[in-house]
Design a binder for this molecule. Sequence first.
Ligand SMILES: CC(C)(COP(=O)(O)OP(=O)(O)OC[C@H]1O[C@@H](n2cnc3c(N)ncnc32)[C@H](O)[C@@H]1OP(=O)(O)O)[C@@H](O)C(=O)NCCC(=O)NCCS
Length: 180
Amino acid sequence: MRSKSNLSQGYTLRAAKSGDAQKLYEFGKVLLAETSFFLRGPSERARSVDEMRLIIDRFEELPRHLLLTAWFDDQPIGEAVVMGGELERNRYTATVGVGVLQAHTGNGLGRKLMEGLEFFAQQAGLHRLELTVMSRNERAKNLYQSMNYKTEGVRTHSLYIEGTYVDEIVMAKLLETGPK
Ligand SMILES: CC(C)(COP(=O)(O)OP(=O)(O)OC[C@H]1O[C@@H](n2cnc3c(N)ncnc32)[C@H](O)[C@@H]1OP(=O)(O)O)[C@@H](O)C(=O)NCCC(=O)NCCS
């Protein structure tokens, strides 16, 4: 396993751009096939490179939205999203999410991506970051708790995965930023 100090040596974090569509499409298929901890299955992300490009463009266009990607050797190996509310009354709230390819987990990348999201959210004037995490996803829960996300409740049996009901934990973090 690479040490966390290697993070600065080979990894790059940046917003996704249209030209990344092919690589992010392939990356997404691998990421979603590796784990059952995401809401979407492998066939439920972008169905084509063109659709992936549309998703990237939408993230670029929408205010308070960011698709942050992590790269190693010119290949995407992680991503994180901020999706700010699009309505007048929820525009200071954003849903966030993160994923790292298994081969690159444990190197501090998940934390760096979440920190990157938070920095963006502050710059964008957001006030609340929220997410759901499956109750059995100890790694992600530890990450969020260590970043001061607080548990707000449990969505009992909200998912049905491989023949079993799964609970989701609702977590959120309030930022100092918000309406001026
Ligand atoms: C959850 C995930 C994003 C974490 O990414 P990562 O790069 O491995 O995380 P980091 O190396 O930055 O570790 C951050 C924290 O996560 C927790 N963590 C990481 N690996 C862990 C493990 N094996 N067991 C328990 N906690 C762990 C720790 O709190 C760690 O902080 P610490 O190193 O200071 O103790 C990554 O494992 C992943 O993508 N998993 C599959 C998809 C997923 O579950 N996404 C979240 C959906 S809600």
